[in-house]
Design a protein around this ligand. Structure first.
Ligand code: GLA
Length: 756
């Protein structure tokens, strides 16, 4: 069992080949943290490691300055008001109005596998019990009659430990949990910089790196979803760490609602890192005999820099987060949104599908606009019945026609939403999120349904499951196009209003659980105006996420690079859209777009009916190429060779390059992208990664051979860039064009195979 406990020293050591996580019971009975990082020898006692010093004017646990002061003691569960003075991980209000408590060690248990929560909160899951071990440490406050269970799950083959906490009320009065972080991780030093993933609509997960100041740094979401503004995730880079080397820690939350990440450096230059449900507006009433369980947080460690960290994140998500029971791997899809928006009928859809099939697509997705009265985005959300004006023969007929073509059929839904102009609102105005005495803010002309009310979830489940059954779907795109304001339920009891945000997302998970269980052969893709809910909570139910509404490849280079630190390529929805992009109006070639989209799930989102024959030929080739390389792209190891972000995360590099290599180091695919042509550049080289040093690789296009070590150290020389020789001009050598580097928005894929 990868948990070693010493009765003598009361030290816990969680370990596998890659990491050690060590804590112990302090003389006071509180849990003290010792170490997290590279694997350490097992037979040692590390409890001598102290973090506290006898500074003047500190408060101590007793009148003896050789004793403990929580002010600078590293801890596992710092609580409010006990002389720590830093951010607490747990804050509870008790019946006497006080927030005082003290949770002391009372015992522990080690179990094989994970503790499966019977509720709907998503969690990580081993494929069999041997892949993970869980340590449950029990702490109690005897006066309060409250028990805390701390769960630590270590995965055997990955540098990953997950954490959760349960608050159990054994008292006869209700307690109110005001804050309950999923994890608290104390570091004895503060020499870390913070990498986080920030953005907005159409600009999701841009990399931001900053130094941490003294005091508190916090970010999160109060929007009801994890949001496009900050991902529920951050990385700490120890001084000197970078893409390929050094010690980095990734902390993330398996949660899709309001979250808070906080980092605090105290006066002794120690760092405290937390992540959990956002305490803003949160208050959970735990009745006698009941408990509250936090979402699970994930800690990933790498001593080979950010590329090692993303590799571990990708493996963890692929093995232990993504649902396993959907029928097929990602299909090459065509989605009609940017081809037609709301303006379609059955004939248009059939034509689009037929063209897409001819190009090589396998799945047709009917986006927004198929339900009754939905002629624009002002109306009809909530009424999940087919629009017989657009589709007079019904949804089943359309689905059958598409299936007959040999394509799968997918449907767009937005279950959490309602328009005031809808039958549902006429019947149930009290089901809208808000307060009956105040006006409600509106976003995209729509409102949220109160998913904290199980009656609402039941109703939506009934209607959505019925339409999915009728439509015989193979794929569902689940959207969420507005954030939550006026977070108030018209049906929750007054004392439970502080639970609204968490209950809302539990309602969403409940619906996901019911639909994904019934339609367990169906691929679910989550979406929230693009990538505003790209998080581990969603990925536990939906195997892929629409990465961004922005399909401009230049923008996608940044969005997909940022996303790649956290999430695997097989979860990143990526489509080829029209040459003139609908979001930025930037014009780029289909080839450039395809080369970017290939590093994801790959699909089409354009009107393929009106394409020129040469473009159709190109798309046929590109789709075939994606299919040939899909397994490598989705299951191989991904590396960022050149990021669009400079190390401080602000300016954009002009050249970007990604690569994947399979675990056997046999097959390699490199993508390289130039944004703007620059005159008289230097020779550009790509330094490949993760290859077999000894092996010889052959480049598919040129048949040239290179050794692995050569490609990684001397580099792969790119074509001549803009040199002033205009091959495109009259008299120029036209045979060589188009060439990478000649002109704006050019790209190239390099395929290499190990020579046996
Ligand atoms: C959101 C999605 C889009 C599309 C529209 C439909 O913006 O992100 O892909 O589905 O909704 O209304």
């Amino acid at each position: 069992m990868p948990v070693k406990y010493s009765k003598k020293t009361e030290q816990f050591h969680l370990y596998n080949d890659q990491v050690s996580y060590i804590f112990h019971v302090l003389p006071t009975g509180v849990l003290g943290h010792v170490y997290y990082g590279q694997r350490l020898p097992l037979d040692r006692d590390y409890t001598y490691q102290k973090s506290h010093m006898n500074h003047v004017l500190k408060v101590f646990t007793a009148d003896d300055e050789s004793l403990i002061s929580y002010e600078d003691t590293l801890q596992e569960l710092p609580v409010y008001g006990r002389g720590d003075f830093r951010e607490e991980a747990l804050r509870i209000h008790y019946r006497d109005g006080s927030m005082m408590n003290q949770f002391l060690y009372r015992g522990h248990e080690v179990v094989q596998g994970v503790i499966i929560d019977t509720s709907v909160l998503p969690q990580s899951m081993p494929n069999n019990k041997d892949e993970a071990t869980t340590l449950i440490v029990t702490l109690k406050d005897d006066y309060r009659k409250v028990t805390i269970e701390m769960f630590y799950t270590i995965y055997e083959k990955l540098p990953v430990i997950t954490r959760r906490m349960k608050v159990i009320n054994n008292d006869t009065a209700t307690i109110a949990v005001d804050k309950c972080a999923s994890l608290n991780l104390d570091f004895s030093e503060a020499n870390y910089s913070l990498m986080k993933f920030d953005g907005a609509w159409a600009r999701e997960r841009h990399v931001a790196v900053s130094d941490l100041p003294m005091g508190m740094t916090s970010f999160g979401s109060t929007k009801g979803n994890s949001s496009a503004n900050h991902n529920p995730n951050y990385i700490l880079l120890q001084e000197g760490a970078d893409e390929d080397q050094g010690c980095v820690y990734g902390l993330s939350l398996i949660y899709s609602g309001n979250f808070e990440a906080s980092l605090e450096i105290n006066q002794y230059h120690q760092l405290r890192a937390q992540i959990g449900i956002n305490p803003s507006g949160f208050n959970w009433q735990v009745e006698p005999g009941c408990s509250f369980l936090t979402p699970e947080a994930v800690m990933t460690y790498s001593n080979s820099g950010l590329s090692g960290l993303s590799k571990a994140n990708h493996s963890f998500i692929k093995c232990h987060i993504l649902p396993k029971d959907h029928r097929k791997e990602a299909q090459v899809l065509i989605n009609n949104w940017e081809a037609t928006y709301f303006d379609f009928d059955e004939a248009t859809i059939i034509d689009l599908a037929a063209e897409a099939k001819e190009l090589g697509a396998n799945l047709f997705v009917l986006d927004d606009g198929w339900f009754v009265g939905r002629k624009d985005d002002y109306r009809a959300l909530g009424d999940w019945f087919v629009d017989e004006q657009k589709l007079p023969n019904g949804i089943r007929h359309l689905s059958d026609e598409i299936h007959k073509m040999g394509l799968d059929f997918g449907l767009w839904i937005e279950p959490e939403m309602i328009n005031l102009e809808s039958k549902l609102y006429e019947q149930h105005p009290e089901w809208v999120v808000g307060h009956s005495k105040y006006s409600m803010s509106v976003g995209r002309h729509q409102y949220l349904l109160d998913f904290s009310n199980p009656e609402v979830v039941d109703y939506i489940h009934k209607h959505i499951s019925s339409i999915l059954r009728e439509a015989n779907v193979d794929y569902v795109k689940w959207d969420m196009n507005r954030v939550c304001s006026e977070p108030n339920s018209m049906t929750l009891k007054p004392e439970n209003q502080g639970e609204f945000g968490h209950r809302f997302i539990l309602g969403v998970y409940d619906l996901y659980k019911r639909l994904t269980s019934e339609f367990n052969q169906v691929t679910f893709e989550s979406c929230a105006s693009g990538g505003a809910r790209f998080d581990l909570g969603m990925l536990a139910y939906a195997v892929q996420t629409w990465t961004s509404d922005n399909t401009d490849p230049v923008e996608r280079l940044s969005i997909q690079t940022g996303t790649s630190y956290l999430y695997p390529l097989k979860s990143m929805g990526s489509h080829v859209s029209a040459k003139v992009n609908h979001q930025t109006l930037r014009k780029t070639s289909l080839l450039y777009k395809s080369h970017v989209a290939i590093f994801g799930t790959y699909g089409l989102e354009l009107d393929v009916r009106h394409m020129e024959e040469k473009d159709k030929k190109l798309m046929r080739e590109q789709i075939a190429l994606f299919k040939a390389y899909k397994n490598l792209i989705h299951e191989g190891d991904f590396y960022r060779l050149i990021s669009p972000f400079t190390p401080n995360g602000t300016n954009h590099n002009n050249l970007v390059s990604w690569m994947v290599v399979d675990q056997g180091q046999e097959e390699v695919l490199v993508g390289v992208y130039q944004t703007l042509a620059k005159p008289s550049p230097n020779i550009q080289r790509l330094y490949l990664k993760g290859l077999d040093k000894e092996a010889v690789y052959r480049e598919q296009l040129t048949q040239k051979t290179y050794s692995g070590i050569e490609l990684m150290t001397l580099g792969y020389i790119l074509d001549d860039f803009f040199t002033g020789i205009f091959s495109e001009m009259p008299g120029g050598n036209k045979e060589n064009q188009p060439r990478f580097g000649h002109g704006d928005f050019t790209s190239k894929l390099i395929m290499l195979t190990k020579v046996k």
